[in-house]
Write a protein that binds this ligand. Structure first.
Ligand code: FES
Ligand SMILES: [Fe+2]
Length: 379
């Protein structure tokens, strides 16, 4: 559906900061390199504690990080073959089942003590977990990153952590009008929202932006450092972003895949893969790649990101300190992203059997439920 691109003032309703997630999606939870063999990596996905480890084949396994015996964190234990072993009494678990209690005689029947397992996949140097209904995991597509591993592209990995609700972070990614913040880094300027489309699980906004300075050359927008105008497509494909920036005819577009991990209502993380077309001969780029990547990340993207983190955390801190306060938004693309996040959450909640708790997130901070707080963003 095509939406109007006119910028008009709208009051933001806090409903969007009170929602949980649609758990029936694949979520990026860790960089693959964070998980070495024999180690156990604890992660948190929307308050769900999960322990990741590699089995004897090196394949990643994901289990709830709580021992069914007495509730100890399993990540404090160890990996033995294909089993995760609890540090307290040494109970062993494989494929979710208790397979050994070290102080039981061999002939004694083991109690029924199960640990929840999660569908998990390792792809693009990232570990993904499906926290929802495991029966749906196979049919829900994962993010597709065709440039990954292609030597014609230079890939830069960028990770960040935010003390903020994931909806605030996602609005920042859609918000091309904050080029003002990055002015001193020679970011972009003169943004115009050209086109806005919304479907059930996607919001796509095309903006026209202008650049000048070294960034234009680096991103392949221009041969010189002169000001140039290009189109940026920001595509929120729940729960990730796929953005592309139109380049010149020689370099093609550059792409940013941003995967969001909602850790808890107060904390989020992001895993980004940026792809820039390289024109230097391959024999030269290959040895340079390990050097180029951290330099570009630290001198370039991290400086932008640090400014964003400061704004996002300030926004969240003020939201928490006064839940009654209203803010004004003018970008219809942000309103569309809010509507999509609310719709996805409600869709998930409606899919749960009636016996499940009605609030998935146990959201913090507690929000007073007054009539004026609720806006039906699904309309
Ligand atoms: S608490 Fe895990 S084995 Fe006892
Ligand atoms: Fe930014």
């Amino acid at each position: 559906m095509e939406l109007a691109t006119t910028l008009t003032g709208q009051t933001v309703q806090n409903r969007v900061r009170e929602i949980g997630i649609n758990a029936n999606h694949w979520y990026a939870v860790a960089w693959a390199k964070e998980l070495q063999s024999h180690n156990i990596l604890p992660i948190m996905l929307w308050n769900q504690e999960i322990a990741l480890y590699r089995d004897s084949q090196g394949i990643v396994q994901a289990v709830e990080d709580i021992c069914p015996h007495k509730g100890v964190a399993l990540h404090k234990g160890k990996v033995q073959g294909d089993a995760i072993v609890c540090p307290y009494h040494g109970w062993e678990f494989e494929a979710g089942q208790c397979t050994k209690i070290p102080y039981f005689p061999p002939e004694q029947k083991l109690p029924r003590a199960c640990v929840r397992t999660f569908p998990v996949r390792e792809r693009y140097g990232i570990i993904f977990v499906f926290p929802g209904d495991p029966a749906l995991a196979e049919q829900v597509p994962m993010i597709d990153i065709p440039q990954y591993g292609d030597p014609d592209w230079l890939m830069v990995t960028i990770g960040a952590e935010f003390q903020a609700h994931y909806t605030i972070c996602n609005e920042n990614t859609m918000d091309v009008f904050h080029g003002y913040l990055h002015e001193n880094l020679q970011g972009w300027f003169d943004p115009v929202l050209l086109k806005l489309q919304e479907t059930q699980d996607r919001v796509r906004a095309d903006y026209r932006v202008s650049y000048e300075g070294p960034m234009t050359k680096f991103l392949g927008l221009n041969e010189t450092s002169q000001a140039t105008t290009r189109t940026i497509s920001v595509n929120y494909q729940y729960p990730n972003y796929i953005n592309s920036l139109e380049g010149n005819s020689l370099k093609g577009n550059s792409f940013l895949y941003l995967m969001r991990l909602p850790i808890s209502p107060q904390k989020s993380r992001s895993f980004s893969l940026m792809f820039v077309k390289v024109r230097i001969p391959r024999w030269l780029t290959e040895p340079l790649r390990p050097v180029l990547e951290p330099v570009i990340r630290n001198l370039f993207f991290m400086r932008f990101l640090r400014q964003d983190i400061e704004m996002i955390e300030s926004e969240y801190a003020h939201y928490v300190s006064d839940l009654q306060r209203r803010y004004v938004e003018v970008n219809p693309a942000i309103i569309a992203v809010q509507r999509l996040m609310v719709r996805q959450y409600e869709q998930y909640m409606n899919s749960l059997p009636a016996t499940q708790p009605t609030e998935q997130n146990g959201n913090q901070p507690p929000a007073p439920k007054t009539e004026s707080r609720i806006l039906d963003l699904a309309n």
